[in-house]
Design a protein around this ligand. Sequence first.
Ligand code: AGP
Length: 611
Amino acid sequence: MCGIIGYAGHRPAVPLIVEGLRRLEYRGYDSAGVATVQNKEIDLVRAEGKLAALDEKLSHINVTNSTFGVGHTRWATHGVPVEKNAHPHLDHDKNIAMIHNGIIENYQEIKAELVTKGYEFRSDTDSEVLVNLIAEGRKHNDTMLKAVSWALNQVEGAYAIALVAVDEPGTVYAARVSSPMVMGVGVGENFVASDIPAFLPYTRKVVFIEDGELVKITSSSWEVFRAENLAPVEKEVQTINWDVQAAQKGGHKHFMIKEIFEQPKVISDCLAGRININSSTDIGEVVLPEISAMEPPERLHIIACGTSYHAGLWGKYLIEQWAKIPVDVEIASEFRYRDPLLSKGSLALAISQSGETADTLAGIKLAKQKGLPILGLCNVVGSSVARESDYIMYTQAGPEISVASTKAMCSQLTALLLLALYWGKRKGVLDEETYSRAVQDLRNLPSILDAELPAMRARAKELSREYSEANSFFYLGRGQYFPLALEGALKLKEISYIHAEGYAAGEMKHGPIALIDPKFPTFAMALKDELFPKVKSNLVEVQARGGEIIALTNPGVELDVEHRWILPEVWGPLNAFMALPALQLFAYETADYLGKDVDQPRNLAKSVTVE
Ligand code: AGP
């Protein structure tokens, strides 16, 4: 998830673009750059690190007074965040400067083809491949518009691009598939950007660009075409009444709720480039180039904290079941001070959204000292965990701004499921039926979840009002839902400050049930699986002591509790992806109703870089 902006107008482009990027910095901030065209030459300035580094660099040079250009603030998915990988990227002959948000899935094949045509590359990015493909297209098409269309018809994946070219001064081209793009219509100036905040101070008139559309803007005109055939598209100009802050949250009240609703796209983005579809009938094969050089481990030690630890606990069930690999899941702050017995042939898997958690980094260090290779599962390209790992798999969830981790966990579950499938297949221990069903249903999951989220939120809102006075909650689950019970409890306590305990449902009779009374409600994970009958009997014990129950369950499940929260049933372990947002939304709606600081809860930091 990066921030992009293109401008064609009457003002000096560079300062306007940099200010626009600042309002998009929440979308990514590991490098930034700006490109303008002056006297038939591209002026490119890029810097590693946050936008301030670009600002600093610009303050020491004579900036062009060009009135058109493009700018980008990066959230790396391919290529570590160093200047050479920063956007904008130029084509081989430096006639085009392009910015890109998204993932070009077939960039390796295109790159190989361009290399045979004499193209040389300066970066490791998929984006540089696309700008060179457009340059190649310009050699065979008499306009840049046709060249862009020709190139986009060859790429697969997600993109929102904007570009300027030396032979078309005053013009910005832009296009999108799957990555966001919006056009701002001003007076004597026009904009394209990932999101409205980039140009909101200059115009409130916007045109929403749809997938497959190609845009051409100048200071005095704007046109929209179908990228595939350049058929003109009529578009409506709408007026936005959001302020900049609200716009950065996409109109949502908090980043947390925005990120919860991003989870369908997060699953798709985490799958991007990792499921090979050979033909329309082919279900698909899991490909993980990040770890293809590694043999499946004989034993796996997962090291993590907090929500990432809960994700690891969930992954244990699947990796043991599908890949027949024994898994130990370790709380990093405990692991680092033990003298763990780590056997040869084992692998350490460090899970961390931020990639900067001190305890997890210490766990990596200890595992390394004991001779284990490290696989990092991380959301921040080039973070400390990524750099310390021998192998790194990125969750590609985009920046997670809210302190409470939501979409990151969704992406971690997705990645862990892919690992279980990949290793199970590599070892030949996973039956084809399970493998194919998992891949097929995983690909369909985002649309099912996307359709259900609004109803989930409404149910969460309704129940949160009824239980916002509770002083304590039990969260109960068995099997794959035990880690989710722990996560649901963590979410509630960390943002609403209501005490909550996640527990294995079967453990209640070993003591905790003594706590149950009418003022100590239980949130139960009672979804339809082979352990449901056991959960049901645990809930009867809770009710016998006057405890009220909210139960996440599925249609047709016989369950007599105060509040049944029905979720659509999907296949097997994928039900976790339906239950997780429900838990997050219940915590969110409770905390919001109680007037808590949802995105920055008291005493918490987004990344715990101290022990
Ligand atoms: C989760 O909502 C918390 N913010 C916290 O538990 C977090 O998951 C934990 O600190 C680990 O962070 P990491 O994934 O960045 O390593």
